[in-house]
Design a protein around this ligand. Structure first.
Ligand code: SF4
Ligand code: SF4
Ligand code: SF4
Length: 248
């Protein structure tokens, strides 16, 4: 039986999620043995127009990116969005708060008007093409990555948590960051990272994106209890989630 052909593509991102794949060490040998990697710019020079599974890292930030990801979608049987840039637009969506001409001017200075430096509002991959599976996080969690890929190879549907980070945080016995006077957005953010940040004495920044049905009433109640406003919460969502999901 032929192995599934896998291609890995990147758009606007820091490539940190691909680095997580490279850092799988021994496990990467098992995975590579189970698939046929036909394109992966970060690790090989070969390219291919024929693949079964496309792993797409990065967000869509230019008109030509939209055309490119549509072609990838047409060619792939399964498309997996890899990391926060791809799943929710990631930190690149901060650009959407500003005038795009000003952004270009700020980044490129005098060269801003050159045609190859075109820019557009940042989009997550599923704002342009249908996405079959998402591997969340900034960066992705290596264990979750191998789990999702193994599921795909076995024809199973991976189960990605749709409950808040607080569930994992409480299970770890962490003292809530709210008790330290911080605004932690864990109650509305998708678990699956093992509450990585609160377990290291940081609040959750929201890199796994909002859960599908965040309990907005409870979020408002918590803000009231601590004498804060919804605006305070929105500020804390700015890094990853300000342009994602329902309006608080
Ligand atoms: S999700 Fe984070 S680590 Fe991954 S490519 Fe984007 S910025 Fe880098
Ligand atoms: S620290 Fe954050 S994730 Fe942990 S319980 Fe408190 S609000 Fe939830
Ligand atoms: S705690 Fe929040 S910011 Fe930290 S890894 Fe988990 S989802 Fe991302």
């Amino acid at each position: 039986m032929s192995k599934p052909r896998v291609a890995i593509f990147d758009f606007a991102c820091c490539e940190g999620c691909q680095l997580q794949i490279v850092n799988l060490e021994e496990e990467i040998l098992d995975l590579i043995g189970a698939v046929d990697v036909v394109e992966w710019r970060e690790a090989m020079s070969e390219q291919s127009t024929e693949y079964d599974i496309a792993l797409v890292e990065g967000s869509i930030t230019r008109p030509e990116d939209e055309e490119r990801v549509k072609v990838i979608r047409q060619r792939a049987k399964v498309l997996v969005a890899l990391g926060a840039c791809a799943t929710i637009g990631g930190v690149n969506k901060l650009k959407n708060h500003f005038d795009l001409d000003e952004v270009k001017q700020c980044v490129y200075g005098e060269a801003a008007s050159m045609p190859h430096l075109a820019t557009a509002m940042t989009k997550a991959v599923d704002e342009v093409v249908p996405v079959d599976f998402k591997i969340h996080g900034c960066p992705i969690d290596r264990t979750e990555f191998t789990y999702v890929i193994r599921c795909l190879l076995l024809g199973k549907t991976p189960v990605i948590p749709d409950y808040p980070v607080c569930v994992e945080c409480k299970a770890k016995g962490n003292i809530c960051r709210w008790e330290y006077g911080e605004v932690c957005i864990g109650p509305i953010i998708r678990a699956g990272c093992g509450a990585r940040c609160p377990s290291s004495n940081f609040r959750c920044f929201g890199c796994r994106g909002l859960i599908d049905n965040p309990n907005l009433d409870a979020a408002r109640d918590v803000m009231d209890r601590y004498g804060l406003t919804v605006e305070d919460l929105k500020q804390k969502m700015e890094l990853f989630c300000s342009k994602q999901g329902p309006t608080l």
